[in-house]
Ligand binder design. Structure first.
Ligand code: ZN
Ligand code: ZN
Length: 374
C-alpha cells in the first residue's frame, strides 16, 4: 500500500500553520518538541531519544528549526516536512548556546511550550539557560490537532487495525497445549514480520494471569481450560493499532463464559452510546454501568479507553472526570474488562472512530460468546 498523503510536505505545512495559530492563542512565543510522536506529527521525522538533545523549535510564526547532534544532521534534513533550518551542535560545545540563539530570534519568549515527553535533563538545562521563561506543556495544544484524524490518517489506522486482526486470527490457530506465554509472543512477532511490520507491544496471559490487566508475559504454559488474553498492536506507517481478545482454551469455565457476556455487553454499550457531542466520562459510564449492575463494578479496575493515533495511548482518554466531548474523526479504544484475582480476567478491545452520527469499529467484531479454541 502506498504510504499515502501522510508523507506529503503539504500535510506538515498545514499542521505547523495550525500550531502557529494555537501558539498565538496560548500567548506562547513558540514550542519545543522532543523526538516523540509530537515531532513526528509535525515534521514526519523523529529519532530515538537519548541524552543528546534532538529538538524541533517551532516559533509562533515563521520557519521551524531542528537542533540535533551534528552527526544526526543528514538524517534530520530528510524530514518529509522539508524543514531546511537544521543546526548541528557538537559534543564539546553542547547545545544550550544554540538553543538560546534560536529562541532569541522569536518575536516573544515570555512563555514557551514544551513536549511533555522531553527528558527532564534537557528541560532543566533550558530552564537554566533561560531563567525568565515560563514553561508550559504543548500537549493540550497539539491534542487539539492530533485527536481528529484526517481521511489519510484514518486509512492508515484502518490498515494497521486490519493487520492486527489478521495477526490475532493467525496466532489463535497456532495455540497448542504446553506453549508458554513467551513462545506465543514470539509467534505474534513472526506473524507481524510476515506482514511487513513489528509488534508495538504484545501481552499474552494464560489462566490466572489474565486477572492482571498489565501482566508481563512469562513462562506459564498453556493448559486445557485456561482463559487466554491476547492484547496486541503494531504501527503501520506510523499509525497504531490495539486489540484485545479473550478466549477459552479447549473448554470454557461457565463462570468465565458468564463474565464474558457482561464484558461484551459493556463493550457494545459504548458502541451504541458514543457519538459526536457526548462526553468522554459519559462514554466511560456507559460501559461501567453495565458492569456495575452485573455486580462486578469493583473488578473493572481501569478506564474504558484511550485515544490512539501516532501514539498507542493519546488523548482523548475515556475516563471518569473527563468532560471533553467526542468529535468526528477521533479514534479511541473501547476496552472494558473484569478481573477476578487468582481466577481469571476478561477484556474485549476494539478501536473505534467517531463518525457523523455514532462510532464505527476499525476492527472485526469480537465474538458475542466466549470462544473456545484449540
Ligand atoms: Zn490493548
Ligand atoms: Zn488499549
Amino acid at each position: 500500500m502506498k504510504p499515502s498523503s501522510e508523507h506529503d510536505a503539504a500535510v506538515y505545512t498545514t499542521r505547523i500553520a495550525a500550531l502557529h495559530g494555537l501558539l498565538r492563542a496560548a500567548g506562547a512565543g513558540g514550542a519545543i518538541l522532543a523526538p516523540t510522536d509530537q515531532m513526528r506529527y509535525l515534521s514526519g521525522w523523529s529519532e530515538h531519544g537519548h541524552e543528546r538533545l534532538i529538538a524541533l523549535f517551532v516559533p509562533a510564526s515563521g520557519e521551524p528549526t531542528f537542533l540535533v547532534p551534528k552527526m544526526n544532521a543528514p538524517q534530520a534534513l530528510t524530514n518529509p516536512a522539508g524543514i531546511q533550518d537544521v543546526r548541528g551542535w557538537e559534543d564539546e560545545t553542547g547545545w544550550a548556546g544554540l538553543a538560546t540563539e534560536v529562541i532569541a530570534g522569536w518575536a516573544s519568549s515570555e512563555t514557551i511550550l514544551v513536549d511533555d515527553e522531553m527528558q527532564a535533563g534537557h528541560l532543566l538545562q533550558l530552564q537554566e539557560a533561560l531563567p525568565a521563561v515560563r514553561w508550559r506543556s504543548v500537549g493540550p495544544s497539539l491534542a487539539v490537532l492530533r485527536e481528529r484524524k484526517s481521511h489519510g490518517e484514518l486509512d492508515l489506522m484502518r490498515r494497521s487495525a486490519e493487520i492486527t486482526d489478521e495477526v490475532y486470527s493467525a496466532t489463535i490457530k497456532e495455540l497448542e497445549p504446553g506453549l508458554s506465554e513467551n513462545e506465543v509472543q514470539h509467534i505474534i512477532s513472526l506473524e507481524y514480520r510476515v506482514r511487513d511490520t513489528l509488534p508495538s507491544f504484545s501481552l499474552v496471559c494464560f489462566g490466572p494471569n489474565t486477572a492482571l490487566p498489565h501482566h508481563s508475559s512469562g513462562d506459564r504454559r498453556l493448559a486445557d481450560g485456561d482463559v487466554v488474553i491476547l492484547d496486541i498492536g503494531c504501527h503501520w506507517h506510523g499509525y497504531a493499532s490495539d486489540i484485545t481478545r479473550t478466549v477459552a482454551f479447549r473448554r470454557a469455565d461457565p463462570n468465565a463464559a458468564e463474565v464474558y457476556r457482561v464484558v461484551h455487553r459493556a463493550h457494545t454499550a459504548v458502541m451504541e452510546f458514543a457519538k459526536p457531542g457526548v462526553t468522554c466520562e459519559s462514554v466511560d459510564a456507559s460501559a461501567r454501568s453495565v458492569i456495575e449492575s452485573a455486580g462486578y463494578g469493583e473488578n473493572f479496575v481501569h478506564r474504558t479507553g484511550h485515544g490512539i493515533g501516532l501514539s498507542t495511548h493519546e488523548p482523548p482518554y475515556i475516563v471518569k472526570g473527563n468532560p471533553q466531548k467526542l468529535e468526528e474523526g477521533m479514534c479511541f479504544s473501547d476496552e472494558p474488562g473484569i478481573y477476578l484475582p487468582g481466577r481469571f480476567g476478561v477484556r474485549i478491545e476494539n478501536i473505534v472512530t467517531v463518525t457523523g452520527s455514532g462510532v464505527a469499529s476499525l476492527n472485526a467484531a469480537p465474538p458475542t460468546e466466549l470462544e473456545v479454541v484449540g
